[in-house]
Design a protein around this ligand. Structure first.
Ligand SMILES: *Cc1c(COP(=O)(O)O)cnc(C)c1O
Length: 375
């Protein structure tokens, strides 16, 4: 059994992928070939955003978004501590200060009710200027953008959506990646829309931001190729990855449907099993992209037992994320301590993820839940 079965998916589109790769080998435009513009157009239409810009990774997508907003030293960026390291990393790499805001213990996403007090605390501190809110759509479930965007508007902050796990997710009739001022996603192979290597994309409706992003992607290039008008990075998406993603994109809507069915089946099986686990819930008006199916045990010790049972049955599992960002060594300089963000810490101690992909068979799900229940 696979945690994420990329082979099952490949079998369905192997020929199309080979054809698309062959087209790239024939035209030879490995850097910024026509597949990139084609993918950008199709994904902009899919998420309902005016612009989409391919880039080298989800991490670069986040960094380019912050660079486009001219975020740097002295700026405060509000984000969740319960996420993949890259979310906080890019903020700090640019010299800005990550201000962590604890999660809602049910959705695992940044709790909007804690945002206003966090903004006020930064204003009172006086040495940082609040600039950006960077919510994470964790495990594919969008954060609460109506509440977040309202607070952002009140305080004149920009919202950068970390939708690295959420391509295909939905919030109140809108698609993930298009829920803030800028949306960032990742094409890392294990994400809901993954390539066969690194890749990412930045979405926005703003013409000026899109123009700046495209310049930043190529070393801050100006109208004249050899006149660099700002400092940027080499952050391009490979033509080859775009060609592969074009083939995979055709499967995405069907895969999203299949993921909903797999998640629904897990919820039913777990409820019927009697295992002392909290299955994830999706509020009405939301759809998760189900990048991960993460459940909560009642304690760290109980989680250890569940993981042992899965291991004994030959079932792969993972822990996303055992250590919140505020307790990571790289962020020790921020001076946080255990207890600062209790919901993130508690989730880190009790959470674990089950195999999740669109091709997961009912029989395998039954085996997984039986193992969890100790049967
Ligand atoms: C994967 C991920 C990223 C980084 O994406 P890469 O393509 O691996 O650079 C950023 N944020 C979150 C929440 C992620 O899951």
């Amino acid at each position: 059994m696979q945690f994420i079965d990329l082979k099952a998916q490949q079998q369905l589109i192997r020929q199309k992928i080979e054809d698309n790769i062959k087209t790239v080998l024939d035209h030879g435009r490995y850097i910024m070939g026509p597949e990139i513009g084609e993918l950008e157009e199709k994904l902009a239409a899919y998420v309902g955003s005016k612009h989409a810009m391919g880039c080298a990774s989800g991490t670069d997508a986040l960094m380019l978004a912050l660079l486009a907003l001219e975020i740097g030293p002295g700026d405060a960026v509000f984000t969740s501590p319960f996420t993949f390291f890259a979310t906080g990393e890019v903020i700090a790499l640019l010299g800005a200060t990550p201000i962590f805001v604890d999660i809602d213990p049910v959705s695992f996403n940044l709790d909007p009710a804690l945002l206003a007090p966090a903004i006020k605390a930064v204003q009172e501190r006086g040495d940082l200027e609040p600039k950006v809110i960077m919510p994470v759509d964790l495990f594919g479930l969008p954060a609460d953008y109506d509440a977040i965007n309202r607070i952002a508007a009140e305080h004149n902050l920009a919202v950068v959506e970390d939708a690295a796990q959420a391509m295909g997710g939905e919030y109140q009739g809108r698609m993930a990646c298009a829920l803030g001022k800028l949306g960032c996603t990742s094409f890392f192979p294990a994400k809901p829309l993954g390539g066969y290597g690194d890749g990412g994309m930045v979405f926005c409706d703003d013409d000026d931001l899109d123009r700046i992003l495209r310049s930043l992607r190529v070393h801050g290039q100006g109208e004249d190729k050899y006149d660099n008008v700002r400092l940027g990075i080499n952050g391009r998406l490979d033509t080859m990855q775009a060609a592969i993603l074009l083939a995979k994109l055709e499967l995405l809507p069907g895969e999203m449907k299949a993921r909903q069915e797999v998640a629904q089946r897990y919820a039913e099986l777990i409820a019927a099993s009697g295992a002392a686990l909290t299955a994830p819930t999706v509020p009405s008006g939301y759809a998760s992209a189900w990048a991960q199916y993460s459940v909560l045990a009642e304690s760290q010790a109980a989680r250890g037992e569940f993981l042992e049972r899965l291991k004994a049955a030959g079932i792969p599992s993972a822990i996303y994320y055992p250590k919140p960002l505020h307790l990571q060594t790289a962020f020790a300089y921020l001076g946080h301590q255990a207890g600062d963000f209790p919901h993130s810490e508690s989730a880190g101690e009790r959470i674990f993820s089950l195999p999740m992909h669109p091709y997961l068979a009912t029989g395998d799900q039954e085996k997984i839940v039986a193992a969890l229940a100790g049967k």
